[in-house]
Ligand binder design. Structure first.
Ligand code: DLZ
Length: 194
């Protein structure tokens, strides 16, 4: 079989000890859905337990960096307070409306080993695309470096619907699989790096 020049040479890692967060935007949801499925399927194929995959959503890609930051911080708070039996995970974005789903899914003795941010930006007629793509990519990089947690860049920045579909497994390769694989590799290596 001819190998593609694009993409990393895959490495297989054991994800059975990992806890992975996924936060996805709800804009362009027909594209988001297969990307999310591809991501989760690959995580589980690498051994990540379904119970250790926590999925949250935000309206659009612009909101991804703050969601990743709050999600990770909440999981750390829960981890550090669970042994003393006090404290709470808090809700995802600090809203006064407590989301019980959020609270229950963040309750764990293990903080996230990696978080995958998924969004789909499709270029329109205005400058929205450029502003959001630039801010989100910089924001996600900053959050990852500031918190020391691998943040996987699962944001498609495409020129039209067809490009989006073919990257979501609709007539092409599902990039969600790459993001799941990257999360497992980085989650495992982060532990090794200390
Ligand atoms: C406003 C907007 C536009 C025009 N396009 C997209 C898009 O293609 N993909 C996406 O994820 N979000 C889009 N948004 C929404 C913004 O990301 C954000 O949710 C709103 O501006 C509210 O902050």
């Amino acid at each position: 079989m001819a190998s593609s020049l694009k993409g990393p040479t895959p490495q297989e890692h054991d994800g059975s000890g990992l806890r992975i967060g996924i936060v996805h935007a709800r804009w362009n949801s027909p594209i988001i859905a297969p990307l999310l499925k591809g991501t989760k399927d690959k995580l589980m194929a690498c051994g990540v337990k379904e119970a250790n995959i926590v999925v949250q959503s935000v309206p659009g890609s612009w909101e991804l960096p703050i969601a990743v930051q709050r999600m990770y911080t909440a999981s750390q708070i829960q981890q550090s307070t669970s042994s003393s039996g006090s404290g709470s995970a808090g809700d995802l974005l600090g809203s006064s409306t407590t989301d019980l789903t959020t609270l229950s899914t963040l309750v764990s003795t293990q903080s996230f080993d990696a978080i995958i941010a998924i969004g789909v930006l499709i270029k329109g007629e205005t400058m929205h695309f450029e502003y959001i793509a630039d801010a989100v990519s910089q924001g996600l990089m900053r959050v990852g470096l500031d918190l020391g947690v691998p943040v996987i860049f699962g944001v498609l920045t495409v020129l039209n619907d067809d490009q989006a579909k073919s990257r979501a497994g609709i007539g092409g390769h599902n990039h969600g699989e790459d993001w799941g694989l990257a999360a497992v590799e980085l989650g495992v290596k982060r532990s090794a790096w200390g």
